[in-house]
Structures are given as C-alpha cells and as structure tokens.
Design a protein around this ligand. Sequence first.
Ligand SMILES: [Zn+2]
Length: 226
Amino acid sequence: MSPPSYCPHCGCIPNLYKHSKKEQLFMDLPMHRKRVGILVLRQRYKCRDCNRTFWELLADMDEKRAATKRLVKHIEKDSLRKTFVSISEDVGVDEKTIRNIFRDYINRLEETVRFETPKWLGLDEIHIIKPRCVITNIEERTLINLLPNRNKESVINYLYHLPNKERIQYVTMDMWQPYRDAVRTVLPKATIIIDKFHVVRMANQALETIRKDLRANLSTKERRGD
Ligand SMILES: [Zn+2]
C-alpha cells in the first residue's frame, strides 16, 4: 500500500506521520463456495498541517460495505435474481447490507434507463388485488408501466404526460371501452387495434348466447329432433 499523496481533510501535499495501525476485515468473492474475508492491517496517518487523522486509501475496497469492490459488483448482479438471504449466506455479508447494495444499484439503474415512448403501444390488464392497466411496448415486448387502476381518467392522465407521445402510431388493446376513449382523447391520430384474442373470445361468447337463446325457444320435440 502506497502512502496517500495528499491529506483528504485540508488537501495539502502530505506532511504526515504514521499514527496507528488497525486490522480491518473486508469480505471478498467466495472461492469454491467458501466465504473469503481479507484482513487488512491498515495504517492510520496524521496530518501535521491540520492535525487530523485518516486511514490509508484502499483502492479495491468499498469502505461503506466493508467488502471488496468486486464483491459489491457481484452482489449487485445476484440481487436481481436471488433472495437477499441466500446471497448473504453465500458471501458472508449481512442481509441488511445486501438490501442496501441492491437499493443503491436500482437507483443507479433507474437514472440511466429511460423508457422510450414506443411507436406501437399496448394497453392490457392485469389483476393485482384489483384490475390495473398495463402499458407495454409491443415491438420490444417490454413492460413500460403499471397503473394503479384501469379507469379512463388514469389512462388519460398517463398518456397525456408521456414524452414524445406523437411517436405512437398504433395502440393495441382489449375491448375495454375506457381504454378506447382515453386513446381517442389523447392520441386521436393513433390507430386502435383490438387484440385478436379478445375479438375471438367475444365472438365465441356471442355465439354461445345466441345458441342458448335459440335452444331455450325450441319445443321439447324440436330439441329432440336434431
Ligand atoms: Zn491535513
């Protein structure tokens, strides 16, 4: 470890002397499914100019997490697909720290990921406690957003605030009238496409209703005569 090139407190070119040493533990990537910790005998310095102390810098360590930077990266990746408990057991970092690493990682991702308003938008429905509108990008087959409900007002409000909404040329939806009304209101130029699956289902239901009506109106004799 090389001595620091400046004092982090006053910024002076160092006029330092060695203060004390202390052992610090940093967790590292597991090896052969075994947890690995690195014990660093860390030098503390004192600055003669400002009289304050500081630790020697450790370029490969994440001080906040008491782990190597490469372990933090590894935890970030794992946290998207594994439970925090299982990661904690694998790497020997406590669950709360894993959760914090995950939270910071998600915040960073959200800063860089921008959902582009698609050319072809999908409005669908998902039932989570109650029916909610799901907004999708049909071409990319990605989820864009989930609304708190599927009311016309909510959909209008969402579409109205979409950046570059003039990009949207097609909107695919089921036969829920509020979706149609919302799109007509906010995106009058977009072509509405009714999902074939929903049309076929509605047609089948209509046929079934007619068949039942007809049957109900038949006399017993007619019913037997087929
Ligand atoms: Zn100083």
